[in-house]
Design a protein around this ligand. Structure first.
Ligand code: ADP
Length: 450
């Protein structure tokens, strides 16, 4: 039981409070405590308000929506009201520059101003959104680049605005890429866009031998309708094509055009490049972008490496034959996977590559045939050569040069030319078909002394 305050103890307390030094200190201390208590209270209340009244969404740099949101943020937006004018501002901008160097022309640079790191406030429709773009202190293992996030925060009551923001941002991204084909290449352990998406290459602009293009396109289209067929049989939903033939015959151009036709991107790796190891290839193929055609260029490199390995036991930092097969076999199921392999040296490949699921279709894309030469002529000079007499003279000239012969007169291999060379000749004589006929001899490649 607490003892009741006696008269003596009350007198002692009064005496203490009458002491000016003690009373002043006591007053200050209680004021400090009150302020500290108040401050904590405000912080707790702010936290509660934040939790209760605000809602945020965080987008990491790895997410495909990250560049969309950045592009959306860099859109000019009207600030109609007085309050909006006062409140909304983007404190700091960062610039993203992309350069394009045309083969014979100047380098073109495009700038895009985006909100920089830090916090900004914007108004979208009737909602204020706080935008915080932050670089984290942690870095990605693969590239050493710091993690980056954008956090959008708004009032809980306006939470539905996010749906609107993402829909708009996606639409902007889609519009920017409409009619374009994105190409991804490898940097470190990541797929990164290779420059800006390029204008789609029309399939008609690639001239392969009669029926070749149509055959591959029909096969790919058929494959894309057969997901259920594959699923029901438990077969990984993938299909591989091998295009082989000399350089400059249109292999890469065709794959690019096919991707455009299907509205796919292209993800390419050159296997002859140093640094593309077995592990890296396997890893990259598990992380392919969606709706993409995988293009493995120069697959013969993997076979050359096998030889090098058996000779000295070490093949350097490149892909091996078994590494390539493993990567193809592991090509992820679930989503459709279309792989194109190209080589200039079919003779170096191993038959183990030609197996369903690895390479289902093999197509030679070779030197220019009569059919191709005629088609290319029509594409270049069709409008000026209305009675096709120019084309017939051009073809007759190529015939005369022996470019379509089965066998040369002396029994040796006949001369051949590439579609790239014919295109070069026509480009040189852009508006001059007579010039193209006169210079046709230049299509014969110079003899290489053995
Ligand atoms: P490859 O991949 O077979 O080495 P490319 O597709 O890279 O050949 O062709 C090189 C260049 O030649 C490109 O500019 C392309 O436009 C042109 N070209 C080559 N073959 C063809 C073809 N069959 N049809 C249209 N253009 C072609």
């Amino acid at each position: 039981m607490p003892e009741p305050a006696t008269a003596q103890s009350l007198i002692d307390l009064n005496a203490l409070l009458d002491n000016p030094v003690f009373a002043g200190g006591f007053g200050l201390a209680s004021l400090g405590a009150a302020v500290a208590f108040g401050r904590k209270g405000v912080l707790i209340a702010a936290g509660m308000i934040r939790r209760r009244m605000l809602v945020g969404v965080e987008i990491s740099r790895e997410d495909p929506a990250y560049p969309w949101i950045l592009a959306w943020l860099s859109q000019p937006r009207p600030q109609e009201t007085f309050l909006a004018k006062r409140l909304t501002r983007i404190n700091k901008l960062s610039v993203s520059t992309s350069t394009i160097t045309t083969p014979n022309g100047p380098t073109r640079a495009d700038f895009l101003l985006q909100p920089g790191y830090g916090s900004h406030i914007i108004k979208h429709k009737n909602a204020y959104i706080s935008v915080s773009r932050q670089k984290q202190t942690t870095a990605k293992m693969a590239t050493g680049e710091p993690h980056e996030t954008i956090e959008l925060t708004t009032l809980y009551a306006h939470r539905h605005i996010f749906e609107d923001v993402f829909t708009e941002a996606r639409a902007i991204a889609m519009q920017a890429n409409q009619g374009k084909t994105a190409v991804y290449s490898v940097r470190s352990f990541e797929w990164v866009p290779l420059g800006e998406p390029k204008r789609k290459r029309p399939l008609g602009s690639v001239v392969l031998d009669e029926g070749v293009k149509e055959g591959i396109v029909a096969d790919v289209r058929d494959f894309l309708t057969r997901q259920n067929w594959y699923d029901e049989r438990g077969i990984p939903y993938r299909r591989g094509y091998l295009l082989y033939g000399p350089p400059g015959s249109g292999k890469s151009s065709f794959i690019q055009a096919l991707a455009g036709e299907l509205d796919y991107s292209v993800s390419m790796v050159n296997l002859s490049e140093m640094g593309v190891t077995d592990d890296k290839l396997a890893f990259l193929l598990t992380k392919l972008p969606k709706r993409t055609i995988l293009l493995l260029e120069d697959v013969d490199a993997a076979f050359v490496n096998r030889r090098a390995r058996s000779a000295d036991g070490y093949n350097g930092a490149t892909v091996t034959f078994s590494g390539l097969l493993n990567a193809l076999d592991g090509l992820s199921a679930g989503e459709e996977r279309i792989a194109f392999l190209t080589t200039n040296h079919i003779e170096l490949l191993d038959p183990a590559l030609i197996r369903p699921g690895r390479v289902d279709m093999m197509v030679r894309v070779g030197e220019a045939t009569r059919y191709q030469a005629a088609q290319m002529w029509d594409r270049f000079y069709g409008d000026v050569d209305q009675d096709s007499s120019g084309r017939e003279r051009f073809l007759a000239r190529l015939q005369q040069l022996g470019l379509f012969d089965e066998e040369a007169k002396d029994g040796s291999a006949p001369p051949r030319t590439s579609t790239a060379a014919i295109q070069g000749l026509f480009l040189f004589n852009k508006n001059d078909m007579e010039g193209a006929i006169n210079m046709a001899e230049g299509l014969i490649p110079p003899k290489v002394e053995q």
